[in-house]
Design a protein around this ligand. Structure first.
Ligand code: CTP
Ligand code: CA
Length: 225
């Protein structure tokens, strides 16, 4: 079968990858965002394409570019946009790797005009966004594979395992902030993969491209086993 092709083990597989931050509008000129660069998600998308997959890359605002012809980029802005795009593309995908740093909260209302400065203090009311990954986990069919990420500052592995269960994932990638050089905007990452059997694999600090290759290798194992 074509999926046994050694250099292109993901030939013919459609895989959804998300990357970057989301921006939540406050008014026509302002938003709430985060420091996600999109580097890791783009590295994963490129690696999956090199492994033969047809990649749909749903990306929040990011300066990253993919040079792989098998990566189809879909640009979105907000958490709600991310939800709608993911619901659409997950339907026909074999797997989803949810790397985006989706906002947890969004302004309750978006001002139609630029907000003028007035009082000394000013509050913006926020409401929870829909958890995209959890929603996909609820819709996941038995043959589909769902991969999430976790970023924690304490009780890392315990919290990551809770997310793995709560979101119905096949594995979760824990991004460690413990080591110098790991995390947002850097070119390196230190990751631990925890799978549904709670088997844990810790990797050394490496470039995001190399960490992406480790993550994609795990995905290849699950898809071709
Ligand atoms: N995620 C998502 N939709 C959201 C929030 C998070 O799909 N609205 C996904 C992220 O893309 C990531 C995983 O959920 O793959 C974990 O994100 P993280 O921020 O670590 O966890 P949360 O569940 O949001 O919990 P908390 O921020 O409170 O730790
Ligand atoms: Ca979060």
């Amino acid at each position: 079968a074509s999926h046994l092709n050694k250099s292109h083990p993901l030939e013919g597989q459609k895989i959804l990858v998300t990357a970057g931050p989301t921006y939540e509008a406050i008014d026509p000129v302002r938003f709430i965002g985060n420091h996600s660069s999109g580097k890791m998600g783009f590295a994963i998308a490129d690696e999956l394409a090199r492994l033969g997959a047809e990649v749909i890359l749903v990306a929040g605002p990011s300066t990253q570019v993919s040079h792989e012809p098998q990566v189809q980029r879909v640009d979105i802005t907000s958490a709600q946009d991310m939800l709608e795009a993911c619901l659409h593309y997950f339907e026909t995908a074999k797997a989803c790797v949810m790397n985006a740093a989706v906002a947890d909260y969004t302004p309750t209302t978006v001002a139609s005009q630029k907000i003028k400065k007035q009082t000394d203090s000013f509050n913006i009311e926020l409401k929870k966004t829909t958890d995209v990954l959890k929603t996909l986990g609820e819709r996941k069919r038995p043959e589909q594979i769902l991969v999430g990420f976790a970023l924690e500052t304490q009780h890392e592995e315990q919290y990551a395992m809770e997310k793995l269960r709560k979101k119905n994932l096949d594995f979760i990638v824990l991004n460690s902030l413990n080591d110098k050089g790991a995390g947002f905007k850097t070119n390196t990452n230190k990751i631990t993969i925890i799978d549904a059997q709670l088997q844990k694999t810790t990797f050394a600090l490496k470039s995001k491209a190399e960490a992406a290759a480790d993550i994609c290798q795990k995905l290849v194992e699950l898809i071709t086993s």
